[in-house]
Design a protein around this ligand. Structure first.
Ligand code: TXA
Ligand code: MG
Length: 315
């Protein structure tokens, strides 16, 4: 056990967080999507500690976070499609998977030996300041124990990982609340690898053709693509009109319920509330959580993806 430092979002907190990263320690930090568990992406031992702290069963590939698009180009083979998406959506909740450059100098654990790299430029001001102060690439999965709900506050991070990581940089609640949308650009045809905080409709508008949904078994080991994931302890029942006696109700739209994702049916608000509301209902130790129907459009696709995984049979 180590004592996990809770760092304030000021200059001294950021300097301390950057120092810890440089020393090979793990630092959780806020992004606009969810809190990431960061390590120096060039340091094998530091990256290995991520898997140890999360209790991840396998060495799945990780997303590398950098401060600017110019820096990202040092690690991946750039393309016109990458430029179009980065120009429109970085910094922001979009991850691009591109061919790894031979001279990237990253730990092999980051890519799990794949010839491609997932990379993004986060929009959260604290993430940007930390990346700039550290001055290197930061590998970061969501800062939760493997298989559990992603954290959107520093308190969520501490509840799952206190004693196992060096520090948490406290930036309050994450504004988007869902992990980044992941687009694969390793072939001519863009591939949607994960629904997330950027609606896929927005991505499609900038590409010659809409990204095709990933069906390749090659990367099915990636956690965002496993059937059961993002799971609360309570069992989830989707598309529920009303709760059963032993269930709490997670609502959407004007209705009577225990917690409401968005009474005014705003999908961005629902996305930001999804993980925090699942965390709080779970903390009530209810047997089950009944969830209202969420429309399958825009951010609703990512919300439904996370809900289906949370409801899937556990391994
Ligand atoms: O919003 C986010 O993306 C958050 C914040 C912290 O940035 N991070 C996150 O990381 O969600 P994680 O480890 O929970 O999910 C990483 C996902 C994997 O599930 C996998 O689908 C994809 O990134 N991935 C990483 N490298 C890949 C690669 N080379 N090819 C295909 N997919 C890859
Ligand atoms: Mg995750």
């Amino acid at each position: 056990m180590i004592r996990t430092e809770l760092l304030k979002p000021d200059n001294s907190g950021i300097t301390r967080a950057a120092r810890l990263l440089a020393d090979g320690a793990l630092v959780a930090f806020p992004t606009e999507t969810v809190y990431g568990l960061g390590a120096d992406a060039r340091n094998n031992l530091a990256v290995a500690r991520i898997f140890e702290a999360k209790g991840r069963p396998r060495f799945n590939p990780l997303i590398v976070h950098v401060a600017t698009t110019d820096i990202a180009r040092n690690y991946v083979a750039w393309s016109d499609q990458a430029e179009a998406l980065a120009h429109a959506f970085w910094p922001g909740p979009l991850t691009l998977v591109l061919p790894l450059r031979a001279d990237a100098g990253l730990s092999d654990l980051v890519t799990a030996g794949l010839p491609s790299l997932a990379i993004r430029v986060p929009a959260h001001p604290l993430a940007h300041r930390l990346l700039t102060a550290f001055g290197g690439p930061v590998a970061a999965p969501s800062a939760n124990p493997s298989g559990r709900i992603s954290p959107t506050t520093a308190a969520h991070v501490l509840a799952g990982l206190s004693g196992r990581i060096a520090a948490v940089l406290d930036g309050g609640a994450c504004p988007v609340g869902l992990e980044s949308t992941i687009i694969g650009l390793t072939d001519d045809t863009p591939v949607l690898l994960r629904h997330g905080g950027l609606p896929v409709e927005d991505v499609a508008m900038l590409l010659p053709a809409a990204p095709v949904q990933n069906t390749s078994p090659v990367i099915l080991t990636a956690p965002g693509q496993m059937e059961s994931h993002y799971a609360p302890a309570a069992r989830l029942r989707l598309n529920a009109a009303s709760p059963k006696p032993d269930e709490a109700m997670l609502g959407f739209g004007a209705m009577d319920c225990d917690l409401n994702l968005s009474p005014r049916e705003d999908l961005a608000e629902a996305a930001a509330n999804l993980f925090p509301h699942l965390h709080s209902l779970d903390a009530r130790h209810v047997a089950g959580i009944a969830v209202s129907t969420i429309p399958e459009r825009g951010l609703g696709r990512a919300i439904n993806d996370r809900l289906r995984r949370a409801a899937a049979p556990r391994p």
